[in-house]
Design a protein around this ligand. Structure first.
Ligand code: SF4
Length: 349
């Protein structure tokens, strides 16, 4: 295979084969710069110069899950656990809207306290008081829960598949299966959510073939949003002492996600920024078009540690926005920044 020919194909179509994706994933760092540059031009053509903001509220760090990479796993006794009261969640969402951000992202561990009824109340209140879009990132739930939350007005749902390798998935998520995660994603699609998925890069035992399968999976479900970040080992977890993923590998996956999806919304993730000071800007120049400033009140934010040294722990979201996005020649998108995929295009502003 010849790099130039595959890049030429990638410029015209996202329909790359697994072999072609593996080839691109295994090029040298020098060659990878051409892949990132191509992704940046595909981004410019399909989603433009706007960087859409999503205001993040991490409203509970309590989790029944036990994922082997995550600092919030239930068996980690060294976490100070919290739940934000409903009124404070809504107050934070209103602050996000007042700052001109058109989407509130509600993220938590898999916390059974936040039943469908409680989530419905929160979603309805946020929709009433902000008029903006609501994205949920609260893990696996039964179909009827997803349905009730969608009917309450939730617009989008983020549920990363983490890895499309079923054996690796089960090693990372004891007691869970990739099949069940795929079922959740299919339910969310059926219910009319804008659906986000994505993966980690640099997991122990993960191969270039696995990463190519991640990209093929993302393309196969026509993901509206794609979150990709490096694996970062977290202390007090079973994977705390294994080497983490690199920024370069994560950026290459961001670039390939842009190339295969063309117009998905792709965040410059906090994880990329956490292991490289300018990682988020690099991601924005490699195909990403979304930033998720963290509005979780500081008193809680310090305890939402999926991994250590999270970049945004002490970050003031407004200062971040002012100083960084325009410095790379981009502009902040207005409105909710809905999916650009066919089914949702009409609702995008
Ligand atoms: S990754 Fe999510 S579900 Fe797994 S332990 Fe962490 S917060 Fe819980």
């Amino acid at each position: 295979m010849v790099l130039k020919e595959i890049l030429s194909k990638a410029q015209h179509t996202g329909n790359l084969s697994k072999e072609e994706l593996v080839f691109l994933l295994t090029r040298t760092a020098d060659e990878a710069s051409a892949i990132l540059a191509l992704a940046n031009s595909v981004r410019r053509e399909y989603v433009g110069q706007a960087v859409y903001l999503r205001g993040l509220v991490e409203f509970s760090n309590i989790c029944t899950g036990n994922c082997t990479y995550c600092g919030l796993r239930r068996e980690n006794g060294n976490v100070h656990r919290y739940r934000m009261p409903e009124a404070e969640i809504i107050e934070t969402a209103v602050k996000i809207a007042e700052n001109g951000i058109g989407t509130v992202v509600l993220q938590s561990g898999e916390d059974p306290y936040f039943t469908a009824d409680r989530m419905v109340s929160i979603i309805k209140n946020i929709k009433k008081h902000t008029g903006g879009a609501v994205t949920l990132s609260i893990g696996e739930r039964p179909f009827d829960d997803y349905k009730a939350m969608r009917e309450a007005g939730a617009d989008r749902f983020l549920l990363r598949h983490e890895t499309a390798n079923p054996n690796l998935y089960t090693r990372l998520h004891p007691g869970k299966s990739l099949k069940e995660r795929v079922r959740c994603l299919a339910d969310l699609r059926t219910l009319g959510y804008q659906v986000g998925t994505g993966c980690m890069v640099g997991l122990p035992g993960q191969t270039a073939e696995d990463l190519a399968d991640d990209l093929l999976f993302i393309r196969s479900i026509d993901a509206d949003m794609v979150g990709i970040g490096p694996f970062i080992p977290s202390p007090d977890t079973p994977l705390g002492n294994v080497p983490g993923g690199s920024v370069d590998a994560a950026l290459r996956m961001v670039a390939l996600a842009r190339i295969v999806t063309r117009d998905a919304h792709i965040p410059a993730t906090t994880a990329v920024g956490s292991i490289d000071e300018s990682g988020r800007e690099k991601a924005l120049m490699a195909g990403a078009n979304i930033v998720m400033p963290n509005y979780t009140p500081l008193k809680y934010r310090v305890d939402y540690k999926i991994y250590p040294n999270k970049q945004c722990i002490n970050e003031d979201p407004e200062i971040y926005l002012e100083n960084r996005i325009e410095s790379i020649g981009r502009r902040i998108g207005k409105g909710p920044g809905h999916s650009l995929k066919g089914a949702f295009r009409k609702t995008n502003t």
